[in-house]
Design a protein around this ligand. Structure first.
Ligand SMILES: Cc1cc2nc3c(=O)[nH]c(=O)nc-3n(C[C@H](O)[C@H](O)[C@H](O)COP(=O)(O)OP(=O)(O)OC[C@H]3O[C@@H](n4cnc5c(N)ncnc54)[C@H](O)[C@@H]3O)c2cc1C
Length: 305
């Protein structure tokens, strides 16, 4: 309920701005967002690295409506790849296709994506295409498949969401390509026609998809903070005798840090998703929606002077 309410409020720009202001004033944004620039984020990234954690960097932004913004985002991402190389961070990048123009011009998005992948190819970096709302699932997977053929699984990967009914068939269609898939539950507000409305079903589908992925040629990026999902993954990894180069765990910056470190100490590869930038409101709202305690924290702060 709270999750849907929060995601609904996030779709109203004025309310989202108000809630984000409260988040900033109370310091909650700094828990989830590493900084407003790469320079600001670097100390946090280095700290994660010192704990043995890898990272994927998200230059925040999505849903752009102007060609200029989309072209600029591609330029900034190419620069980010070069900065990652220069500063020798152990990072890849995560991008959203609506930041590159998918919402209004698919050709433009495709061109922007190729520019980023060309840079990644020359620097030997990995680019993950995040998955957004179900309105973009088909186009995102199409664009991904085309780029996968050209650049290969070491350069580009994608995300699937266990809340969508279609995901099982999407995963099955990618088996055999050896590609790198991040499995998550899904963070957007979706209608019952396309997504399981009950959390128990989303969780059950997560384990079903995980079983499929871990029993295939795919590289599995297991993106969850849910200890039951993690325990299940560990069990299957052990019983399949899966080598370390076939999977990793992933979590979000600012969420379950102790669990991130514990998994690393057990010997698992752990990658933290590190968002930074000034366009943080939609990302922040999704993080709030995931946990009632976050929403209550904001509500309490709204009424403080
Ligand atoms: C690395 C990574 C990349 C992602 N990429 C995408 C993507 O491309 N597209 C997409 O739709 N979604 C993405 N997500 C978000 C994901 O879909 C879920 O919304 C989010 O991870 C919460 O689900 P969960 O698996 O942690 O399980 P839940 O059952 O929601 O949470 C399990 C436990 O984790 C903790 N927790 C979870 N979220 C929070 C939070 N925000 N604040 C505090 N504690 C929390 C709580 O202790 C909670 O009980 C990504 C998540 C991760 C970890």
């Amino acid at each position: 309920m709270l999750r849907n309410l929060m995601l609904f409020l996030a779709s109203n720009a004025k309310l989202a701005a108000l809630i984000s202001q409260v988040g900033r004033r109370s310091g909650l944004t700094r828990r989830f967002i590493a900084g407003e620039s790469l320079a600001e984020a670097i100390p946090a990234i280095r700290e994660l690295e010192s704990l043995g954690l890898d990272t994927t960097l998200d230059l925040l932004g999505e849903g752009v409506t102007q060609e200029e913004e989309a072209v600029n985002a591609a330029r900034l991402y190419r620069r980010l790849l070069r900065r990652i190389e220069e500063t020798q961070l152990r990072s890849g990048i995560s991008i959203k296709l609506t930041q590159l123009g998918l919402g209004f011009d698919r050709e433009l998005c495709d061109r922007n994506l190729r520019l980023i992948l060309d840079e990644a190819e020359s620097l030997k970096k990995f680019v993950r295409i995040d998955m957004e709302s179900s309105a973009y699932t088909e186009a995102t997977l199409d664009l991904f498949r085309t780029q996968l053929e050209h650049y290969g699984p070491r350069r580009v990967g994608v995300v699937v969401q266990s809340y969508l009914y279609r995901t099982e068939s999407d995963v099955k269609s990618l088996i055999g390509t050896g590609c790198n898939i991040r499995l998550c539950k899904g963070a957007y507000m979706e209608p019952e026609e396309v997504a399981f409305p009950k959390k128990a079903d989303v969780d059950a589908n997560f384990t079903r998809l995980l079983d499929l992925m871990l029993d295939s040629d795919l590289y599995s990026a297991i993106a969850t903070h849910d200890e039951r999902m993690i325990a299940h993954a560990k069990k299957v990894i052990a019983s399949n005798g899966l080598p370390e180069n076939r999977y990793e765990f992933q979590m979000l910056f600012g969420v379950r840090r102790e669990l991130q470190v514990a998994l690393r100490q057990e010997g698992f590869r752990m990658r933290v998703y590190v968002p930074f930038g000034t366009q943080w409101a939609p990302y922040f709202m999704r993080r709030l929606a995931e946990r009632p305690a976050n929403v209550l924290f904001i509500l309490r702060n709204m009424f403080k002077a």
